[in-house]
Design a protein around this ligand. Structure first.
Ligand code: ADP
Length: 269
């Protein structure tokens, strides 16, 4: 965690019970910060949905008016409208997932999951997208990896999001490496399994890294939108990792690529 000095927000209440006068000082810093985060989130979510909606309404007006007799323009506008509607659907889908994950955060996962077949399934599902992006995916997950307590559906979302990002922000014609290992790693507690997704893409400037898992935070808004991003993928990753009492480490070298590593505790941790 970053230690950022914050001005404390104190609330002072005088309790008039005669002499002596009691003064109650409450530290509201954390509460106010949470209130602001909640308000920001609602404002951001509304904005994310409002923009494509405004564009949809605009095109409907044009289709009813100026473009009513122009079949060519109609086809092109309908294409844009379909894309805007799909975008709203993705944002709403991710918001619902995020809220489901948050609700689950109080109950630790109980199922025992063997990661290699799960990772192979995700990799197989990505095949068409990898082909379209002319990108190779190398999976390295030893079959003797120990099982870990996990929620298979949530982990599927996590690794899909990370691979999706590696593809979106990776190098066209490049290689993505998906690696799982139970080898001791000084960055993590002993035991457990680490899974990393490494790309050779644009990388992330250092100063952005601590904020990447905030909802709707993007390094480059235009680029994220152009590749169909919702800005919620890494927030989902963070919450799933929290639920698993795991850790997320982001390493990146601008222009060379990024590696997202997730460590998940083993049985009896
Ligand atoms: P998005 O839907 O915008 O991709 P995410 O929450 O998944 O949202 O990621 C947040 C931001 O982090 C992205 O907009 C992008 O700027 C940056 N990012 C995520 N993954 C990578 C990556 N592999 N390489 C470079 N930048 C990345």
């Amino acid at each position: 965690a970053l230690a950022v000095p914050v001005a404390r927000e104190l609330e002072v209440t005088l309790i008039p019970v005669g002499e002596p006068v009691y003064m109650l000082i409450s530290d509201r810093t954390r509460e106010r910060a949470l209130e602001r985060m909640r308000a920001d989130f609602v404002a951001n979510a509304s904005h994310e949905l409002r923009t494509p909606l405004a564009s949809l309404i605009g095109f409907v007006e044009t289709l009813r008016g100026p473009a009513a007799d122009d079949p060519e323009a109609q086809q092109s506008f309908l294409g844009i409208m379909a894309e805007q509607a799909a975008r709203m659907q993705r944002v709403i889908g991710d918001l619902l997932n995020l809220s489901r994950i948050e609700i689950s955060e109080h109950s630790p996962p109980k199922e025992l999951v063997h990661l290699p077949p799960l990772l192979e399934r995700i990799a197989a599902g990505m095949e068409p997208m990898l082909k379209a992006g002319n990108t190779k995916l190398q999976v390295n997950a030893p079959p003797d990896l120990p099982k870990i307590p996990a929620d298979a559906d949530q982990l599927t979302q996590v690794f899909s999001n990370l691979l999706d990002n590696a593809l979106k922000y990776g190098k066209p014609g490049g290689v993505i490496k998906l690696t799982a290992s139970a080898a001791p790693d000084p960055r993590f507690e002993p035991g457990g399994v680490a899974v990393s997704v490494a790309d050779e893409g644009i990388g992330i400037p250092r100063e952005h890294i601590p904020r990447l898992t905030e909802r709707f935070y993007r390094v480059d808004k235009g680029r994220s939108r152009a590749v169909g991003g919702t800005g919620l993928g890494l927030a989902i990753v963070k919450h799933v990792v929290n639920r698993h009492r795991g850790r997320l480490i982001i390493d990146s070298d601008t222009g060379k690529g990024s590696t997202f590593t997730i460590w998940l505790p083993g049985r009896g941790a």
